[in-house]
Design a protein around this ligand. Structure first.
Ligand SMILES: Nc1ncnc2c1ncn2[C@@H]1O[C@H](COP(=O)(O)OP(=O)(O)OP(=O)(O)O)[C@@H](O)[C@H]1O
Length: 502
């Protein structure tokens, strides 16, 4: 069952977060006999207006009659409806007289509820609009009109009614409602998760209850992770989000937007990183990179601890921080690109990362997260060609690896020819240094200990074993590192195999 229905307030005291409006509405109901005015409850969707109307009727012991937006609301229908409401009251009154006329009248009222009263053009015909105003003025029964936009209603209608504004429900008021529902459902929860749901919904309690139900479904516990990756339809696309953060929105709104996109903070960070230089420059770019670095640090903590509450700090940095770094707003249209996402346990990705780790003396993780994306940008679609050939030679890449890094189709001639040229380049390097080549191929112990991966150490090359393909290339690259005349001045810091093939 839908939790918003299951936990719909049945009495006014359960309507949360709008105490002033609620009290004014209760008073309107209690004193209706004295003033006989209709009331307009107006405010954003999902904050309890309809619920309040039904709860009041319940508290007062009144029946309700609803005329919904989906009903055809012509003048005719409304007049018949009004007549029926009056008739029902009379019949009900006849059945349950207490003897005291005032009490009878009070108890046998019917609360007439009309929703979407501001959408007259959409839901009422000409006759309907004036019939409503007439109904409001002449009704023998209390009427509640429900509207999102007070000023979308005609002046005549507004003047004929009392009006009560419902405000957006604050996160502070939403959280206890969610907590209460969890207890009644026997669902465990992280407080951070409920807070996040409350904040994401920006005042819409119905939305919050829906999100809570989505996050609880199929999970033992409502966690921040289940909330963020929950199944509610997010409304903002990634490109609109990039525009919002990088060009248009204030930090606070940018944060709100980050909640509306259906991407994890990890992916959002990559999207921003991949596109920020198209929009930011100079100082603002430097400031934004600081925030992205902070976001990355928090994401690292999430990975290390599996504590997804840290996502909110990543979000603060990547959305609000990056937006705050911007000098003013920006216009124009930008061709945002999809960043490359690197699968963590993909054979091809692992191979390339391992080769880079071996040649450059960095960890697999650094290779995967920092070096590969860099190479991908530098050799996008195999351009420039010499650089792509050099890369393939340095890291011993086969066609599929080159395609993976450059984003080109796997068996295209272009990729094949690059791999061939890379092989030739390696052979050349081998020839030039034959004889002494293997000296450089033996990594020092120190270097070897930096490798965090499970690859075979290549020290066996030096021991005179059969040289397999991979060791060949390492020999070539290591040789280039230490053996050529031009390279003699190189420092140990520069271990990148790539530069050696230029
Ligand atoms: N103030 C509130 N207190 C408690 N529950 C609420 C409140 N507001 C909304 N809800 C929850 O959201 C559901 C929908 O609320 P309701 O339909 O009353 O909102 P509304 O403001 O009338 O929205 P709409 O204008 O779209 O009709 C309720 O059934 C209840 O579960």
């Amino acid at each position: 069952m839908d939790w918003t229905e299951k936990y719909r307030p049945t009495t006014l005291s359960e309507v949360r977060g709008n105490d002033k409006a609620r009290d004014a509405f209760a008073k309107w109901g209690r004193t209706w006999d004295d003033h006989r005015k209709a009331v307009i409850l107006h405010g954003s969707p999902g904050i309890g207006k309809t619920s309040a109307a039904h709860a009041l009727a319940n508290d007062m012991g009144w029946e309700t009659v609803e005329l919904n937006a989906s009903d055809k609301r012509t003048g005719d229908v409304i007049e018949r409806f009004a007549g029926r409401a009056a008739m029902n009251a009379t019949l009900a009154g006849a059945a349950e007289k207490t003897g005291d006329e005032a009490t009878d009248r009070q108890q046998n009222r019917q609360l007439v509820v009309l929703d979407e009263a501001d959408n007259i053009h959409g839901n009422y015909d000409r006759g309907g609009a004036s019939a409503i105003t007439k109904l409001v003025k002449q009704s023998e029964q209390p009427i509640v009109l429900i509207a999102n936009e007070f000023y979308d209603m005609s002046r005549g209608l507004r003047k004929a009614c009392q009006d009560i504004e419902f405000r957006d429900v604050s996160a502070r008021s939403i959280v206890p409602v969610l907590r209460d529902i969890c207890r009644r459902e026997g669902v465990e929860y992280d407080s951070d998760a409920l807070q996040r749901i409350a904040e994401e919904n920006g005042g819409d309690l119905r939305g919050a209850v829906n999100d809570l139900q989505a996050a609880a479904e199929g999970n033992e516990k409502v966690t921040v992770e289940s909330v963020v990756t929950g199944s509610r339809d997010r409304s903002m696309g990634i490109f609109a989000f990039l525009d919002a953060v990088l060009k248009e929105q204030e930090p606070r709104d940018a944060l709100q937007s980050s909640y509306a996109v259906d991407e994890t903070p990890d992916d959002l960070t990559k999207w921003i990183e991949g596109n920020i230089t198209k929009v930011y420059e100079g100082e603002e770019l430097a400031r934004a990179y600081e925030f992205l670095a902070n976001a990355d640090r928090w994401l690292g903590r999430v990975r290390a601890t599996q504590n997804y509450s840290y996502w909110r700090y990543a979000g603060d940095n990547l959305a609000a921080g990056v937006a705050a770094s911007r000098d003013g707003t920006k216009g124009g249209w930008t061709r945002f690109g999809r960043p490359q996402f690197w699968p963590s346990s993909d054979k091809t990705a692992d191979y390339v990362a391992r080769k880079i780790a071996e040649q450059s003396g960095v960890s697999m993780d650094t290779a995967r997260r920092d070096v590969i994306p860099f190479l991908a940008t530098m050799t996008h679609h195999c351009k420039p060609r010499e650089l792509t050939v050099a890369m393939a030679a340095a890291y011993e890449l086969e066609a599929k690896h080159v395609s993976f890094v450059t984003g080109s189709g796997e068996s295209t001639n272009k990729v094949e020819s690059i791999v061939e040229d890379a092989q030739a380049l390696r052979d050349e390097a081998m020839e030039e240094h034959s004889g002494s080549a293997f000296e450089g191929a033996v990594p020092s112990d120190e270097e070897d200990s930096q490798h965090e991966d499970e690859s075979e150490p290549s020290a066996d090359v030096g021991a005179g074993d059969d040289v397999d393909d991979i060791d060949d290339a390492e020999a070539a690259v290591a040789d280039a590192d230490g053996g050529t005349v031009e390279d003699e001045t190189e420092t140990d810091d520069d271990q990148s195999g790539l530069s050696d093939f230029f």
